[in-house]
Unconditional design. Structure first.
Length: 291
């Protein structure tokens, strides 16, 4: 049996030339001779004309690639074979009441969310007044005889991480009716002994919030009381009031950015005391005041 000598090149054919010698003419056009080493490299194939694999090629600079398996980033080849981070998509809409995610198309989805497993109260009261004269707008929420909460669980609103946020939602899927943020402030926040915190700002600078009282308890008598008023209250969505019968329950949640805990009340149509024009008032009592 005559064995043909293989020159080791994928881009040649190995055949006897009829004179007792082995020849290696170019061939195998289209056969891959060098695999891509990554997203920014390219695979080479025999061209059928040269007896060797073409020079290693690279994807042009700016070609799309994925540097970190993160759809929130834009990545591109650098022209030297490497995939590099170019920019990061910021999907944060500034609201503590939404879940902010990037989608594979390179866009943002900001979905109103209802936090699970918030602490509940035996009683709660909510009043929303949306006047034609913004100076007369009023929000009041009282969370009373609430689940045991230590001072530390409210976070420390005098330090940089101590933001507290109020979210009021209704409907399915949830619709954001109202939201407000009370930022950390070492001047406007004062400790209530070792039980909780009290915020007071007559200037209404932070989303129109006048006061927020957070008082803990180890005997299920914790409480939270929020009052906001005036021009600085965030505007309610158009036609937010009155609340339609199909949009109950209306859910109020106060959350701490520092501890991740939240405090909640749910209001059903049965607890409504006023729901006409631009004024809404409701009360709830356990067991119908939470999840």
């Amino acid at each position: 049996m005559v064995r043909l000598a293989d020159d080791g090149e994928l881009c040649t054919t190995d055949a006897c030339d009829g004179a007792g010698r082995c020849a290696h003419p170019p061939g195998h056009a289209g056969t891959e001779c060098r695999a891509a080493a990554g997203e920014c490299d390219v695979a080479e194939s025999c061209d059928g004309r040269a007896g060797s694999c073409p020079t290693d090629g690279l994807q042009p600079a700016g070609s799309a690639c994925d540097a970190n398996a993160n759809v929130c980033t834009t990545d591109a080849c650098d022209g030297n074979g490497a995939c590099a981070l170019q920019s990061t998509l910021d999907c944060d809409d500034g609201s503590a009441c939404t879940a902010d995610i990037c989608d594979p198309t390179g866009g943002c989805t900001n979905t109103v969310t209802v936090r699970p497993s918030c602490r509940l109260a035996q009683k709660s009261v909510l009043l929303l007044k949306d006047s034609d004269a913004d100076a007369k707008d009023l929000w009041v929420w009282k969370w009373l005889r609430g689940a045991s909460t230590a001072q530390a669980e409210f976070g420390d609103p005098t330090d940089a991480d101590g933001d507290l946020s109020l979210c009021i939602v209704d409907g399915t899927p949830p619709r954001l009716i109202a939201e407000a943020s009370v930022p950390p402030d070492p001047q406007r926040w004062k400790a209530i002994g070792d039980k909780g915190w009290k915020y007071k700002d007559p200037t209404l600078a932070a989303d129109g919030i006048l006061k927020l009282i957070l008082k803990g308890s180890d005997t299920d008598t914790a409480k939270a009381i929020l009052k906001g008023k005036g021009d600085n209250l965030p505007a309610l969505p158009p036609e937010a009031l009155p609340i339609a019968a199909s949009d109950f329950p209306l859910i109020v949640q106060l959350s701490s950015a520092e501890t991740g805990l939240c405090w909640e009340a749910r209001f059903t149509a049965a607890g409504v005391r006023a729901n006409a024009g631009q004024r809404f008032k409701a009360v709830c009592s356990a067991p119908d005041c939470g999840q």
